[in-house]
Unconditional design. Structure first.
Length: 92
């Protein structure tokens, strides 16, 4: 299902340091992830944001702590790019 989504940005956590590997992540989101990583003592992991238009998803690497995942989802900004235009087919 996620094959149709393209990679918007990817963050990598190594030894508690957060860095952007690919793409352009919002600076406020990176700062919030740094706070969450230090709060939950997360040493390693990867976060990917894949999306298309208004539809985007966060993907976490296996082994990423669930409490850290939810905290990151809570501070994640929703994408603001315009989605598809109106059409005859109903979406839902």
């Amino acid at each position: 299902m996620l094959a149709r989504f393209r990679l918007l940005y990817k963050l990598r956590i190594d030894d508690g340091e957060v860095r952007v590997v690919t793409g352009n992540a919002p600076p406020r989101f990176i700062a919030a992830v740094r706070d969450i990583v230090s709060l939950h003592a997360i040493e390693q992991g990867e976060i990917e944001c894949k999306g298309a238009g208004r539809h985007a998803r966060l993907r976490f690497a296996a082994g990423f702590p669930e409490t850290g995942r939810q905290a990151i989802r809570n501070v994640w900004p929703a994408p603001t790019t315009p989605g598809p235009g109106s059409g005859r087919r109903a979406r839902g």
